[in-house]
Design a protein around this ligand. Structure first.
Ligand code: SF4
Length: 321
């Protein structure tokens, strides 16, 4: 990864809303971030913070009633939000792919693993002997024996199914892979193995990764940089080591204090009081202010912008910067 190279992905002021009876409910509100070539960017936050909505918006696979209401998704120099369906199909999966949360739901239950891999390859112009050879290669890449190409999804364990999801995502050698909580349903040992393997593949092939999870400890282990989401907004972005050593936003501080440390001293885990606001009625000013122990009067009236704090660290809080 080099900072001088243009980013593979640049998301600018992206907004996504759900069409509801009372009007548009903003789930993602003017979110901006970048992913460098070969970088692993983590996106973390509590349930409902908008992280999975952003992932689906990037590939434009948001199910209705969600709609993208503004912004740009600049991927390898073109705005994906402006592409028509055929142009988008040429990019989706070939250059930008995704591993979904639930491998069982993502795989077709009535097709063998080999047929699903071949279908994906065929849809992008790779067929015949070349596709068969690629399938075997992909199985080896994700650590599965080639004879499993004849298996149906229900014959595989959760870990094996998720490896197939990864093989499908890597089938066409994309530049960016979005992992939407890919290991949530797996036990920690299998999860660790799969993530280690993915990182090794990333080092070999140079693709970038967006890794979405609510597990901040795991995220800090595997990501180069982390973006923290709260109530549909980015509240802090920093290199993972910097975020672990010195989170600047009170919400990030609370999140880190709520996760146990394997290496640190024993201590009581803290929790963040209250719950995230409903996107139907976010509080005015800083959206975190009803839960923030450090809130001052200004926080209730004025929304803090995301400001640079030096290096690659940014935070949106009136008390920093
Ligand atoms: Fe807390 Fe105010 Fe900072 Fe928001 S802006 S995180 S309420 S101190």
């Amino acid at each position: 990864m080099t900072d001088a190279a243009p980013p593979v992905l640049s998301v600018r002021e992206l907004s996504v809303a759900y069409v509801a009876e009372e009007g548009l409910v903003r789930a993602v509100d003017r979110v901006s971030f970048e992913v460098a070539r070969g970088e692993v960017l983590g996106i973390a936050g509590e349930s409902g913070c908008g992280k999975s909505t952003v992932a689906q918006a990037l590939l434009r696979i948001l199910p209705p009633p969600a709609v993208i209401t503004g912004g740009q998704v600049l991927f390898e120099g073109q705005d994906l939000l402006l592409l028509d369906e055929p142009a988008l199909r040429a990019v989706r999966w070939r250059r930008l792919s995704m591993v979904f949360q639930s491998a069982m739901d993502a795989l077709n239950p009535v097709l063998t693993v080999g047929d699903q891999l071949q279908d994906t390859l065929r849809a992008h112009g790779v067929g015949g002997a070349q596709a068969r050879a690629r399938c075997e290669e992909l199985m080896a890449l994700v650590g599965l024996p080639a004879d499993r190409l004849g298996s149906w999804p229900h014959q595989l364990s959760g870990g094996m199914r998720q490896r197939i999801g990864i093989a499908l995502a890597l089938a066409l050698e994309p530049a960016l892979v979005v992992l939407d909580e890919p290991t949530t349903a797996l036990d920690v040992v299998v999860e660790g193995e799969i993530l280690r393997q993915l990182l090794a593949l990333r080092r070999s092939f140079g693709f970038s990764i967006i890794f979405i999870t609510h597990d901040l400890t795991r995220m800090l282990q595997v990501c180069d940089r982390v973006a923290i989401f709260y109530a549909g907004r980015v509240v802090e972005v920093a290199p993972a080591a910097e975020l672990r050593a010195g989170p600047r936003h009170p919400y990030t501080q609370g999140l880190l204090a709520a996760f146990p440390s394997v290496h640190g001293a024993d201590g009581e885990l803290a929790s963040i009081p209250g719950s995230p606001p409903s996107p139907r009625s976010p509080p005015p000013g800083c959206r975190f202010h009803p839960r923030c122990a450090q809130a001052v009067e200004r926080c209730r009236a004025e929304e803090p912008p995301l400001v640079a704090l030096g290096g690659r660290h940014q935070a949106a809080c009136h008390l920093v910067g």
